[in-house]
Design a binder for this molecule. Structure first.
Ligand code: SAH
Ligand code: SF4
Length: 349
């Protein structure tokens, strides 16, 4: 009888797994180390040893949405809200270039203060610094995504969170799973490098649906996939939920690497919240990207999607040194390019 170890070892070369095989591997913890090592070899073969750093700017924790799992949800009254002015965001990016970042990720809640005009101003100003710009501000119209793209936005991150429509509907009140999928489609049409991803360990989330998540990432032709455990937040309706497990999150990530061999996969901050060496372990199990926080001061703490967020008292300069140390300690190196998936775009950086 073929066992999961053999299935994993074959998949390393075919980059293919059926839904049943994915489920069987996700359920079987005796093959975890074999899986992590196989994913690491796929990463090395297709992405090499370079690690791309993306400087993360969390520019507003104000959100009109009410996702059950998230500390920024509009009904959470226990959080002090903030928003950075456009010129403050641009200044954070400018400082980030001094630390050597070649890509910035601008992330926020869905905050209507940032009109299309304001976003265009922010994006075009940062693009003048000869860097790549990733936006992660939620569900917008085709026209808005088009406007950001026209002023130079390169990438967009919007996680599907789960492909289980019924689960999504209970997690994201008043939001439409169909619309989230449409956003991904629109972004692809507009020529963005598209990032998505999922949460692992939501209440009532099944292993079958996690297998579907991985197959969905392949189906949409994602350029980047971020996977992290769901971490219950005491200020949300899911405060008493069990939350996601580190190993299961790592397995979903490693399987994603095997199936989507040449995409960018970050070692997510949420992984490090559950395991103090989480990002290094993720980098050795298929990941090739890290997104160090370059938000400054009190805002780091206030951007509280989930509790136990790492590095909230650190400075951007400290984070840069710390992560570089971790990367070199495992025989990898920090990339000097902008880290496009299409490597032909990486010349002349
Ligand atoms: N508002 C935007 C971007 C900010 S939220 C959006 O929703 O797309 C960024 C990500 O944080 C979400 O996609 C979600 O996967 C993650 N997140 C939110 N709450 C979380 C929690 N409790 N545990 C782990 N990740 C969480
Ligand atoms: Fe808002 Fe994003 Fe949090 Fe949902 S996950 S409440 S959209 S910040």
């Amino acid at each position: 009888m073929i066992n999961n170890v053999q299935i994993i070892e074959t998949s390393e070369f075919t980059n293919n797994l059926t839904r049943d095989e994915l489920i069987s591997i996700l359920e079987d913890n005796s093959c975890n180390e074999v899986l992590y090592k196989a994913a690491d070899r796929v990463r090395k073969k297709y992405m090499g040893d370079e690690v791309h750093l993306r400087g993360l700017i969390e520019f507003s924790n104000i959100c009109k949405r009410n996702c059950m799992y998230c500390g920024l949800r509009s009904e959470n009254k226990n959080i002090k809200r903030y928003r950075l002015m456009p010129d403050e965001i641009i200044e954070l990016a400018r400082k980030g270039t001094e630390y050597g970042y070649k890509t910035f990720v601008l992330q926020s809640g869905e905050d209507e203060f940032y009109t299309v005009e304001k976003m265009k101003y922010i994006i075009s100003s940062i693009k003048k610094m000869n860097v790549a710009v990733t936006i992660s501000i939620g569900e917008k119209s085709f026209e808005e995504y088009k406007a950001y793209r026209e002023v130079g936005a390169d990438r967009y991150l919007i996680r599907i969170e789960t492909t289980d429509k019924n689960l999504y509907d209970t997690m994201d009140p008043k939001m439409s799973h169909e619309n989230r999928k449409n956003c991904l489609r629109d972004l692809k049409t507009l020529g963005y490098e598209v990032g998505s991803g999922s949460l692992v360990g939501l209440p009532n989330q099944t292993i079958e649906s996690m297998a579907d998540d991985i197959l969905f990432f392949k189906e949409i032709g994602a350029d980047m996939i971020g996977i992290g455990p769901f971490i219950p937040n005491g200020d949300t309706p899911l405060k008493n939920a069990k939350g996601g497990e580190f190993d299961l999150s790592l397995k979903v990530m490693a399987l994603t690497r095997i199936l989507l061999k040449d995409i960018n996969i970050p070692a997510t901050t949420a992984m490090e919240t559950l395991n103090k060496n989480g990002r290094v372990i993720a980098l050795q199990s298929g990941a090739n990207v890290v997104m160090p926080n370059i938000t400054e001061g009190e805002y780091r703490k206030l951007y509280a999607l989930y509790p136990g967020k790492i590095c909230v008292n650190d400075t951007p300069s400290h984070c840069r040194g710390c992560i570089t140390g971790k990367i070199t300690s495992i025989g990898r190196f920090v990339s000097k390019t902008k880290g496009y998936r299409d490597k032909s775009k990486n010349v002349l950086t």
